[in-house]
Design a protein around this ligand. Structure first.
Ligand SMILES: [Zn+2]
Length: 321
């Protein structure tokens, strides 16, 4: 099962058309076009009285202009596949919002993406659009100057490129690949409690790490598991992937088969790692583990990997059964 935080298919991103400045410019003010707002990378949304459900709040260009906001730097998300209406995300700092007449009032309450995703109050589509906009917004904030010559850059292609005013170098949005891996010895799976999970003392998850330059997915899995848990991993199989806007990561989910079983953790990264049986993993998915241990929720690819282990994905994918 796919995580709730994933690629939204609601809009056609129109990669071929968005370099056309006149097209994007016209779309920005078209009556059917809608915008949602990212205020300090948190989405503006509406929610029901008890805050168990939340929807992105969509605005017209006229509404935003009336609030003193400029839509020219909004990021093009795409056109609705059913209606053809253009959709954008407008990133604001709280400072800029305060400068617009009446705009500051829109930004309450604000909840960050991680909390919204964990609470599961937004639809998968909405939360995935926030994830997409957050990754782009974060990149734009760090890309105002050219990495080659230091000149200023300007947004192009509806926010999918920046171009240096001085040397014409084109800069594209960053995506940082990370491996996240479920390691099995055939019967059990390896889960760890990372030092950074200190707020969630009973949560165990799959291990993860950045892919280094010149490294393939298989090597990254083998290296990370040796570094973090002291295990030697042989065969590695790709399972699935997930865009993860913290800030602009692509999680590449894999399963790896351990050739050794003695765990030796790196205490700077991992507080504890151990082998879990299939039934134990199932009880953690169900939040029924006798020691109250649990695993990440529906928003996370880690859960999909743990579920795949419980379902025997490795054996099925290798033709062992
Ligand atoms: Zn430059």
């Amino acid at each position: 099962m796919k995580p709730t935080l994933r690629t939204s298919l609601r809009f056609d991103r129109q990669g071929m058309k968005r370099p056309d400045d006149a097209y994007i410019s016209e779309l920005r003010t078209a009556p059917a076009t809608r915008y949602f707002i990212m205020a300090d990378t948190k989405p503006v949304f509406t929610s029901n009285a008890d805050r168990t459900a939340a929807d992105l709040r969509w605005f017209t260009a006229a509404q935003l202009t009336g609030l003193g906001l400029n839509v020219d730097e909004a990021i093009f998300l795409g056109v609705d596949r059913k209606t053809g209406a253009g959709h954008f995300a407008l990133a604001l700092t709280e400072h800029r919002a305060n400068a617009g007449a009446g705009a500051a009032e829109l930004f309450k309450p604000l909840v960050d993406l991680r909390s919204l995703a964990m609470q599961g109050v937004m639809s998968a589509d909405d939360i995935s659009l926030v994830n997409q906009a957050k990754a782009l917004t974060h990149w734009h904030e760090a890309a105002h100057h050219c990495g080659r010559c230091g000149g200023s850059t300007v947004m192009k292609d509806g926010g999918w490129k920046r171009k240096c005013n001085a040397c014409d170098t084109e800069h594209f949005p960053r995506t940082d690949p990370v491996v996240i891996m479920l390691i099995t010895d055939g019967e059990r799976c390896l889960l760890g409690h990372e030092a950074r999970f200190s707020k969630e003392p009973r949560m165990y998850s799959t291990l993860a790490g950045f892919i280094e330059p010149g490294e393939d997915l298989e090597h990254a899995v083998q290296r990370e598991i040796f570094e973090e848990a002291g295990l030697t991993v042989g065969e590695v199989r790709y399972h699935s992937s997930q865009p993860w806007g913290f800030p602009h990561t692509l999680m590449l989910g894999a399963m790896g088969f351990a050739d050794t079983t003695t765990i030796n953790i790196d205490p700077t990264e991992i507080e504890e790692a151990r082998w879990f049986s299939k039934s134990e993993a199932q009880s953690m998915l169900d939040r029924k583990h006798p020691e109250n241990w649990w695993v990440p929720g529906q928003q996370a690819i880690a859960r999909a990997l743990i579920q795949a282990f419980v379902d025997g994905w490795w054996k099925k994918s290798t033709g062992a059964i």
